[in-house]
Each structure stands twice: as structure tokens, then as C-alpha cells.
Design a protein around this ligand. Structure first.
Ligand code: A2P
Length: 333
């Protein structure tokens, strides 16, 4: 099985290489593709030097599976043409709501891989992936009616440049120097910005709409959701405060045990100082952590909980590689 990664030098592309190394998936040839700026550079994979190819001249028939992790514009321009020669696993938002493109979190809706009309599979938004993986076992048991989400999202969700800028702004701020934000709408260092992606006409941001629409597509169209997405000065991992209303009565013990035994989830919830997982602790981990599970005493059949996951792993690279594993399993019958 030959594999290609478009955007191999970016935040998500580099994480994909780490995940592929860890998972020890047997790969025939690996093709790393990026912009002309990086073409010819070398990247280490499994102890071997790999050359970066120029996307403009790359031949998509070289690999059976091609990951796209170079943003929506590149996916829009290249993916459909490339899909004539290779199965695309796309991490951008471009194809996610396309009816002919399955949007998959392997632990939640693996069956969606059975209908591949365009030979493209979409990888969900990072905040959505970690949300649905925690909602799925609860929805199966108690039927979720409505979800209210507030996110605390790290800057790595925006790419490598915003990560560098957070560090630079932090330095400038400590030195009491002037800050001109480049990758953010306001200063991000020592701040919180309630705005990710562009505004829609109704006042929601595209990031908030992605969480709502993608969760419906992956999990269940009947669930009602509303979200507020906030960028915080953290480098990696997204956290979410989630209020969930069920149709059926629940017990907290059952919720703990369902979440703890769900694939990809881990409950860490001790009611004492530090008895919860924070973004720093989730960084580099494959699990989605759930903490602070408690009853919402103002509404029947409702709970509050805290979900944290590495956005570059579960929210992007790990999920994409798990989709590839699902595809390989399907193709091998
Ligand atoms: P490059 O490093 O050559 O610019 P991030 O999300 O971390 O900013 O990464 C974006 C990824 O998408 C990088 O691998 C980047 O390659 C790649 N990329 C950006 N623009 C292009 C382009 N025009 N053609 C090919 N790859 C691109």
C-alpha cells in the first residue's frame, strides 16, 4: 500500500507522520508533498530521509491512499481530480457537508465508509471529532435531545504560524512591547477571543456552524446543538464545556462506565483539586478525556461535562490515519 500526504510539512501533516510511525502500518512507498517552497527538502520517516515533492508536478497515481492536510483551497483545487487515481482522506472543511462524501470518526460511524461515490472521505473539524466520540456512547444509551457547547481551543487549530505568533506575542507582552496581531483578530497572549473562522449572517461563526452541522451528519440529524467557539492562549489541545440533555433518565455511575469503556475515551474525574484533565496533559495522547461529569440540577435528564483532546491527533492526524485503517480493512474484505 503506497501512501501520500499533501501538506506533509504542516502541523497536521507532521503529526500524520508521527502517527504512521507509531501505528507501524505497513507502507510500501510514502510520498510527501507540499508547496514549491518545501520541494526538495528532506524529512525523516522511520529513520529514512524522505524527499518532499512539489504538489504542482506530483503524480497522484503513485499512491492508493492520499491524505490532504494543506487547507481547503488546496483540497478544492486538487482533490476531485486526484480522486480519479487515489482515495482521498481530506482534513479540510471543503467536502465535509457534501452529501456524496462520508464524514467519518471510525469509533462513531464506521459504516459510512461503505458508500464512496467520489472516492473522497472527509475528516471532521477538530472540535467535532472529540465531541462526537464522547457523545456517541451516551446517545446510544440515553438518546441525546440537545447539546450546548462552549469551546476553549488552542492556537494550533489555526496552523503552525499562529503557534509561533502566540509565543512571540507572549514575549512581547512580558517585555511590555507593542503587539500587532497577524493571525488573530485581537491579541491572543493573555487573552481569549470568541471568534474562530469567519462570521455567518446570523452572528454565528463558521467554526460554530461546523460543530453543529458535522455532529448532526456524523451522529444523528435529530440532535439539537448550539455552540460558542473561543480561541485561548494554549498551544495544543482543545477543551469543551458541554451541557447534554437526554430523553431518558440517567445515572452518573452509568455515564462514567459507558464513557470509560467507549473506544477512544477515558474518564478522569475525581472530585478534588487536580482531579480533571487539562489541555497540557492531553497533548500527545490519543485518548479523548472526560472530566467534571455532574448533574445539571436546573434541567431534567441533563448533565455537564468537560472534554479535552489533542486537536492535532484526535481532531486531525490520528482520526485521518484511523480512517485509512478502516479503508484498508474494507478493501481487504
Ligand atoms: P509548505 O510548508 O511547503 O508551505 P499549516 O496548516 O501548519 O500551516 O500547514 C499547511 C501545509 O499545507 C504545509 O505542508 C504547506 O506546505 C502546505 N501548503 C500550503 N500551501 C500550499 C500550496 N500552494 N501547495 C502545496 N502545499 C501547500
Amino acid at each position: 500500500m503506497n501512501i501520500a500526504i499533501v501538506g506533509a510539512t504542516g502541523n497536521v501533516g507532521r503529526k500524520m507522520l508521527e502517527v504512521l510511525e507509531q501505528k507501524k502500518i505497513s507502507i510500501g512507498q510514502l510520498f510527501l508533498v507540499a508547496s514549491p517552497r518545501s520541494a526538495g527538502q528532506k524529512v525523516n520517516f522511520n529513520g529514512k530521509e524522505q524527499e518532499i515533492f512539489n504538489l504542482e508536478t506530483y503524480d497522484f497515481s503513485k499512491a492508493e491512499i492520499t491524505f490532504f492536510a494543506a487547507g481547503g483551497k488546496i483540497s478544492e483545487k486538487y482533490a476531485e481530480k486526484a480522486a480519479k487515481h487515489t482515495t482521498i482522506i481530506d482534513s479540510s472543511s471543503f467536502f465535509r457537508m457534501d452529501q456524496d462524501v462520508p464524514l467519518i470518526v471510525p469509533q462513531v460511524n464506521p459504516e459510512a465508509i461503505n458508500v464512496l461515490k467520489k472516492n473522497i472521505i472527509a475528516n471532521p473539524n477538530c472540535s467535532t471529532a472529540q465531541l462526537v466520540i464522547a457523545l456517541k456512547p451516551l446517545h446510544d444509551e440515553f438518546n441525546i435531545k440537545r447539546v450546548v457547547i462552549s469551546t476553549y481551543q488552542s492556537v494550533s487549530g489555526g496552523g503552525k504560524k499562529p503557534m509561533d505568533e502566540l509565543i512571540e506575542q507572549t514575549r512581547l507582552s512580558l517585555d511590555k512591547k507593542k503587539i500587532n496581531s497577524k493571525n488573530f483578530t485581537k491579541q491572543i497572549a493573555f487573552n481569549a477571543i470568541p471568534h474562530i473562522d469567519v462570521f455567518a449572517d446570523d452572528g454565528y461563526t463558521k467554526e460554530e456552524l461546523k460543530m453543529v452541522n458535522e455532529t448532526k451528519k456524523i451522529l444523528d440529524d435529530k440532535i439539537e446543538l448550539t455552540a460558542t467557539c473561543v480561541r485561548i492562549p494554549v498551544l495544543v489541545s482543545h477543551a469543551e464545556s458541554v451541557n447534554i440533555e437526554f430523553e431518558k433518565p440517567f445515572s452518573l455511575e452509568k455515564i462514567h462506565s459507558l464513557l470509560d469503556s467507549a473506544e477512544g475515551c477515558e474518564v478522569y474525574d475525581i472530585r478534588e483539586d487536580g482531579g480533571y484533565i487539562t489541555p497540557l496533559e492531553a497533548e500527545g495522547k490519543n485518548e479523548t478525556y472526560i472530566s467534571r461529569i455532574r448533574e445539571d440540577k436546573t434541567k431534567k435528564n441533563t448533565i455537564n461535562m468537560w472534554i479535552v483532546s489533542d486537536n492535532l491527533l484526535r481532531g486531525a492526524a490520528l482520526n485521518a490515519v484511523e480512517i485509512a485503517e478502516l479503508l484498508i480493512k474494507k478493501n481487504n474484505g
